[in-house]
Structure formats: C-alpha cells, structure tokens
Design a protein around this ligand. Structure first.
Ligand SMILES: Nc1nc2c(c(=O)[nH]1)N[C@H]1C(S)=C(S)[C@@H](COP(=O)(O)OP(=O)(O)OC[C@H]3O[C@@H](n4cnc5c(=O)[nH]c(N)nc54)[C@H](O)[C@@H]3O)O[C@H]1N2
Ligand SMILES: Nc1nc2c(c(=O)[nH]1)N[C@H]1C(S)=C(S)[C@@H](COP(=O)(O)OP(=O)(O)OC[C@H]3O[C@@H](n4cnc5c(=O)[nH]c(N)nc54)[C@H](O)[C@@H]3O)O[C@H]1N2
Ligand SMILES: [Mo]
Length: 763
C-alpha cells in the first residue's frame, strides 16, 4: 500500500480582511431592498429566469419545501410565491451554475482549498460525482458509486465494534432519508447518531420534555392571529426566519403586542415592510416591537425572574394576574416556585439583567392584563451553559398565565434547519427510545441496540481519542458547525474513514479522515424521478416536497438511495431488510414509518396539500404522562459569570448573508456591515475604557481550564450592545469554545456566552 501522507490542512482558512464598509443599521427589514438583494444573488448564481420559475413553486402545495428555515407555510400561500430574501438566497446557492468537478479537484489540492475562507469554498459550486481522497493523496479523485459503497462497507466490516462508527445528520434530510439512515445505524448496531440538533435546539427538547411532556413547541401558525402578546426572546427572525415577520405583522394587526428580549436591537424586529403587500413596497411598513428589553447576554433568567416577581406582587392585590384554575388543575410545583422566587432581590435581578426598571414595568403591565401569550425563542436561549433552565424559566411564565394548551398561546421554539424536527421525529437521536426499538424489532426483525449513543460533543471526543474510526455525515458541515474548531478538525483527521453526503463543497471535506468520500446528492429543488419526500415544519406539520429542476449533474443520487446503497453494500441482499426497495420506493418507507411511529396514519395521502399535524399533548393541554399528570414548574438558578476586569461575554450569531456555515455573501445589511465578516461588535463606552478605536484590529482570546484559544484578526465595531458584551459571527469565532464547554443536560456547545479578552492583533 502507498505511503500515508500527513496533509497540511487549515481548519480556519484565510483570515485576511476583505473590504469593510460600515453604515447605520437599517431601520426596517425586507421591503424593496430585500427583493433587490435576493434577485442579485439569483442573477449571480443561477440566472434570473430559471430561478423565478423555481421560486414560484417554493412552499406551494405542489412545490418543494424551502431548503432554508423551518418556519411553516400559511394555509393559503401567496400567489407571488411564499418565500423571503434568505429563502431566495438558499435557492440561488443550491441552483448555482458553478461546479466542483474532476477538473476542479485535479487543479486544487485539499491543502490549497483549506487555505480559503468558508465563503470561497462554498462558491466552488455543486459536486458533480462521487470523489475519494486516498490516504496517500492530497487530491480528491473520481470514484464510481459502486466502489464508494464497497469502500464504506469494507471499513465498517473492519471495526471491532459497531460503536466505533458515527452517523451524523444535519437537518436538511427528508423524513424518508432520515428514517432509513436511522434504521441502517441501528441495524448496524449503534445509536451513535449525533445530529445538528445537539448544537441547536437540544436544550429546548430537554426542557420542554421535562416540563410539558413533549420536546416540541405547542403553537400553530394561526395562534399568532389570536395571541394578545408574543414574546420573542433570543431570536433574530428578520434574518433567520423572515416569513415569521408576516405572522408577527398579523398579530399586530389584530391588536397583539410584541415584547422583544435581546442584547441587540435587531432591525427585523423593529419594523417590517412586507414585500408581498403593496403597503410593504410603497408604505412605511408595520412597527413590530412594542417593548424592547435590552437584556445582557445570558441574563434572561434574571430578567424573567424579575418580571415574575413583579407579577407575583400584583397577584397579591389582583388575583386575576395568574391563572389559578390552570395552575391548580394542570400544574405542579407552584408554591415551591413562588417560595424560591421570594429569595431573590429585585435590585440584584435588575442589576444583572441590565434592563431599565421602567421598561420591565411596561412588560409586566402587559403580561399582567393579557392571558394569551406565546413565547418564541431560538439560539439566544439554547446555546448557554444554562440553556435548559433558560427555557424552563419561559415555561414557568407561561404556566403562571395558563398560557399552554389554548388558542393564541404556548411555546414556540423556532427551529433551524428546514427538517431538523422531522429527522428527530422519525428516529434520528443518540438516546434510546424503548417503544421505537420494540416497534422496529417487530417490523424489521432485528434487535436494535439498547446502549445510548454519542451526541455531537461525545462523538468529537471519541474520534479525537481514536476510539471512533468511521464518521458518516448525512449533510452538514461538521467541522465548521461544531465548537473547538482545531480540536474537531484533528478528531476528524484521526478517523480511518470520513464520508460526507453533500450537495456542495465545505471544510469538513478538507479536514478529512485518512480516507474520505464525498457522495453528491440531489438538493430540494431538484427532480427525483418523479418522487416526492416529506418534511416536518417547526410546528409539527408534515407535508410533501417535490423538486422541479433538472439535477446539477447526471451523476447524483437521492439521499434515500445513497443510504440504501450503503446498507446493501454492508448487509448484502440476504438480510431481513430489502434496502434497495426502500431506497427507490419512498411510499414504502412512509408505510413503514406509519407502522413504527404513531401519528403517521395514511401517511403518503395525508401529506398531500398542506399536510397533517402530528399529535401534540401540550397543544391539547394533556400532561398525563408527566409526574402527577401535571405540567411542571421548575426552580432555576441564576447563571454565573465571574468576569475579570478585562473580560467580556461574547455571543456568536449569524449575519444576514449566511445559512449556518454556508456563507452567501459578506454583508450583514441590517446591522450596517458590508464586505467583511471578521468583525466584533462592542459597546462604545467599553471601547473608550479599553482604549480601542473604531475598526481597530484585535484578537479575541478565551481561556478555559488554563488553555488559551485565539480567534485572530477582527475589526472592532462600535455598536448598540450592552456594556461587557461582545458579538461576533459564527463560524469564525467557534475556535474560542472549548469542546467541554456545553449546556448542562443538553450538551449543546456554549456558543452564545463565551468569556473572552480582547487584545491588539499581534500578527
Ligand atoms: N438565513 C438564515 N436562516 C437561518 C439560519 C441561517 O444561518 N441563515 N440558520 C437556521 C438555524 S440552523 C437556526 S438554529 C436558526 C437560528 O436562528 P437565531 O437563533 O435567530 O440565530 P442567531 O443568529 O444565532 O441569533 C440569535 C439571536 O439571539 C440573540 N442572543 C444571543 N445571546 C442572547 C442571550 O443571551 N439572550 C437573548 N435574549 N438573546 C440573545 C442574538 O442577539 C440574536 O438576535 O435559524 C435558521 N434559519
Ligand atoms: N458558534 C456557533 N456555532 C454554531 C451555531 C451558532 O449559533 N454559533 N449554531 C449551531 C446550529 S443552530 C446548527 S443547526 C449547526 C449547523 O450544523 P450543520 O447542519 O452541520 O451545518 P450547515 O452549515 O447547515 O451544513 C451545510 C452543508 O450541508 C450540505 N447540504 C446542503 N443542502 C443539503 C442537502 O439537501 N442534502 C445534503 N446531504 N447536504 C446538504 C452542504 O454540503 C453544506 O455545505 O451549527 C451550530 N454551530
Ligand atoms: Mo440550528
């Protein structure tokens, strides 16, 4: 065998600056600029005509599901097409004319590509055929599908134990692909199924399961029209869920109030010009936020406790503030909760959260008098050490108000990837579900493993130590998405084999195992031999998605086909499962899902049109599976941040021009940043205190357990952010988060409250 080479791979890429221009943050979201920018992306990537035709099919009943976020579609989608600026960018990115083909990989070694930025890597285009990187090489080269599947099977066969393999999933995969993938992993013998949810809404899943008996939200889209109050906490919908702004607009039109809790005043939550309405194009648009609570990073629990303390005070004189009937009938732990709340001083909570007392009172006034309350949240709550408790504290407030299980009220964790919730529902999880295992055994005739598998953090540690040897990823960009970038890159490089089922090139293909495969797959927009798949949106509704466009290359396979082929190569054709039949007939997969899981009856048929809702006990106000048959109040502690005089708390967020690690462009228009991503937002008073000037070049340094981690070369931007807080972009700042810094219980990396110092850049 040829000699193994030690590849010189950069896990970070180019850190040079591009061309920064700073303007005032925008006063509103969407409107005409959104249409202009969207079309500009489309024109550059994939030609205008083809895409307008494509866009008109997006999120329509017979069309395809937007590959962007998981926000649900309205019952009556707009005739103009149900999409937003960032959905258009997602499509432009997928339908690009650029190709990462044989010539490309012959020209550029993985060492060379790894020196590029994530933005440049992503712009290489769609992958055209399967490629292999051999242990003795720094160039990917073509390989046939058959040889690729055989190579995977060979590696899997050499393992001492099935637990030496890892099966990662990112949330774009369809229910059908995900179910088959989970089936394959379990039939192979492991529950090592980390998924992007571990880095995302895992804290929500844990908190909601424990308090309300279901790891998903309880509201449906129509609830926004009935809600009297919508709280948006730790979420930036203007960028990440732009179609949610239409729901907030409807809520406002019906007289609802919006309370926003965020360290930043995000444009999208200030004013919205709906591009699908004339008023949105010509008029002033709709003001969204009524009360803005500018909380310090990770002090939401302090703020919520303060709000609930003041509500409790009012309750003493006006006993309609809390919903005592609901509390008595449906919940458990109310007295203990109130007793605990008494132990906190208002002054302490006020100082910690950093919000003006009068603003808190405004919120208290609204919350005291109204009773139909929805709380929406996303990564601003989940990605902290106390991520689970952040969400439990939100549930406490909803329980006090009886705002669960009735119209216009409830929990709304706003999901990220378009099918991340569906993947979980059909079995992508590292923990063991006994009922699922029993059903799988009955239906497929094998014994699924009973040992809990590894989540994302554990999988990285295991690969790093050499215990895990094969890493297979159904989508995603593991190295750039996970924490501790350099460590995660080493972990992947320690593997014997890494496999990525991908649409486009990304850094994970470069920080490859000794042998590495890229298996190119169809995107959501593309025809799949007339077949359709199904997905589940953020509110638990399952519906069809059918691609329309000619695939980017003739040599792509669908995800279910790829998974089935891997399984066939490993198991042969003789086992109890006829994998290839499933890989080709998705109707059959849906039939099996409906037998194994509840709520999917008559699946294929029901998924037509606007689809069907899965059962949801919290929505129905049924807490019978919880202790005492009741929803649970929780006692949450305050987060602890003991900062030195020169330390800050840093959050990492998405710019307006990216989808996670896919960088669409270098602008963050709403925040007034153009042409650059290596920036750090800082309070102007902090800048003065630290002797820093606007656009001064600095390094960000974290120091956990005596190990220094440095994110180099950022420009300081004066910004309206609480003192002591900083903000930078994901994934550039991921190097700062140590692998063992994660949320209690959910093990979600702490990407939103990293303690750092700022030093002048030293070159
Ligand atoms: N266009 C686009 N759409 C996307 C994505 C994308 O990258 N691009 N990603 C998708 C995915 S996977 C996900 S999970 C979602 C993410 O959606 P978001 O959670 O909206 O994404 P982030 O940019 O991480 O934004 C976090 C928000 O929380 C605030 N925040 C940070 N820390 C705190 C805190 O301690 N307290 C409070 N109250 N607020 C805080 C930040 O200021 C910011 O407004 O979006 C999905 N949709
Ligand atoms: N510091 C920090 N880190 C974070 C976060 C943060 O806020 N801050 N957010 C976290 C969150 S919420 C998430 S969800 C994770 C995201 O983690 P991932 O889901 O792993 O990452 P993505 O960037 O969404 O994956 C992009 C890649 O998916 C592939 N892809 C795109 N479409 C398809 C498709 O249809 N099929 C297949 N098979 N592949 C496809 C493309 O090759 C693309 O390069 O990152 C997490 N990391
Ligand atoms: Mo996410």
């Amino acid at each position: 065998m040829a000699k193994e080479v030690k590849r010189k791979i950069s896990a970070i890429g180019d850190i040079n600056f591009s061309d920064l221009q700073v303007t005032e943050p925008e006063a509103y979201a969407a409107g005409v600029p959104a249409i202009k920018v969207a079309l500009e992306h489309v024109r550059k990537e994939s030609g205008l005509f083809r895409s307008i035709k494509t866009l008109s099919r997006m999120n329509q009943k017979e069309g395809f599901d937007c590959p962007g976020c998981a926000w649900p579609d309205p019952e009556k989608p707009s005739k103009l097409g149900e999409y937003c600026e960032n959905g258009v960018k997602a499509i432009a990115e997928e339908t690009t004319f650029e190709r990462a083909d044989r010539e490309f990989f012959q020209k550029y070694s993985v060492e060379a590509i790894s020196q590029w930025t994530d933005f440049q890597i992503g712009k290489s285009g769609r992958i055209t055929e399967p490629f292999v990187l051999r242990p003795d090489s720094v160039h990917y080269e073509p390989i046939s599908w058959e040889a690729a599947f055989e190579l995977i099977a060979e590696h899997l066969r050499t393992l001492n134990h099935p637990d030496e393999a890892i099966f990662y999933t990112s949330g774009r995969s369809s229910n059908e692909a995900a179910f088959l993938y989970g089936l394959f992993a379990r039939a192979f013998g492991t529950n090592n199924m980390p998924d992007c949810s571990n880095m995302c809404h895992e804290s929500s899943g844990v908190a909601l399961s424990q308090t309300l008996g279901i790891g998903k939200g309880s509201v449906v889209l129509e609830d926004f029209e009935e809600a009297e109050v919508v709280m948006v906490i730790g979420q930036n919908p203007g960028t990440n869920h732009p179609r949610m702004l239409s729901a907030l607009q409807k809520c406002k039109e019906k007289g609802g109030k919006i309370i926003t809790v965020n360290p930043l005043s995000e444009s999208g939550l200030n004013r919205f010009k709906n591009p699908q309405q004339l008023n949105g194009i010509l008029g002033k648009g709709t003001a969204l936020t009524d009360i803005f609570l500018q909380v310090k990073i990770n002090q939401d629990v302090s703020l919520l406790k303060l709000i609930m303390k003041r509500l409790a005070k009012r309750q003493k004189t006006d006993n309609t503030v809390f919903d005592l009937d609901f509390i008595t009938e449906k919940s458990q732990g109310y007295e203990d909760f109130l007793e605990d709340l008494k132990g906190y001083s208002e002054d302490e909570l006020l100082a910690l959260c950093g919000v003006e007392s009068s603003k808190v009172d405004e919120a208290v006034e609204v919350l005291a008098t109204e009773s139909r309350i929805i709380i929406c949240w996303a990564m601003g709550l989940t990605q902290h050490k106390n991520g689970v408790e952040n969400i439990k504290e939100c549930v406490n407030l909803l329980l006090l108000k009886g705002s669960i299980g009735k119209k216009g009220a409830g929990t709304c964790p706003v999901r990220g990837h378009s099918n991340v919730q569906g993947d979980r529902s059909v079995g992508i999880m590292h923990y063991v579900s006994k009922p699922l295992n029993q059903a799988l055994k009955k239906e497929f005739g094998f014994d699924p493993p009973e040992k809990q598998g590894m989540d994302t953090v554990e999988a990285i540690q295991s690969m790093h130590s050499g215990k895990s040897k094969v890493f297979i990823a159904l989508g995603g960009n593991f190295v750039s998405a996970a924490s501790d970038t350099e460590y995660t890159a080493e972990a992947l490089q320690h593997c014997e084999l890494t496999v990525s089922v991908s649409t486009k090139l990304n850094r994970t293909h470069l920080t490859a195992g000794k042998t590495s495969l890229i298996l190119p797959t169809l995107g959501r927009t593309e025809q799949d031999n007339g077949r359709f798949v199904t997905v589940e949106n953020s509110m638990g509704k399952v519906h069809q998605s059918k691609g329309r466009l000619k695939p980017a290359s003739d040599n792509l396979k669908s995800e279910p086909e790829i998974v089935a082929s891997m399984a066939t190569a490993f198991f042969g054709n003789s086992g109890p499962i006829d994998w290839m039949r499933f890989g080709t007939d998705y109707g059959l997969v849906r039939e099996k899902i409906s037998k194994v899981l509840s709520g999917y009856a008559d699946y294929s048929k029901q998924s037509k049109g606007s689809g069907f809702y899965l059962p949801n006990n919290a929505r129905a106000g049924d807490f019978s599976k919880l202790p005492g048959g009741k929803a649970q109040f929780s006692i949450c502690k305050l987060p602890e941040h003991r900062l030195g005089a020169d330390e800050f708390v840093l959050m990492t967020v998405r710019s307006h021009d990216q989808f996670n690690t896919t960088i669409y462009g270098l602008n963050d228009r709403y925040r007034g940043i153009h042409g650059e991503r290596r920036v750090v937002f800082m309070n102007p008073a902090d800048m003065t205190r630290h002797g820093l000037k606007s656009e001064q070049v600095v390094d960000l340094i974290s120091n956990y357990n005596g190990k220094e981690r440095r994110a180099r070369h950022f420009k300081v931007i004066p910004y309206n952010i609480p003192s002591g807080n900083l903000c930078s972009y994901f994934p550039e700042a991921n190097v700062l988060v140590p692998i063992d810094l994660y949320a209690d219980q959910s093990q979600t990396p702490v990407s939103k409250s990293i303690v750092v110092k700022v030093e002048e850049y030293q070159g």
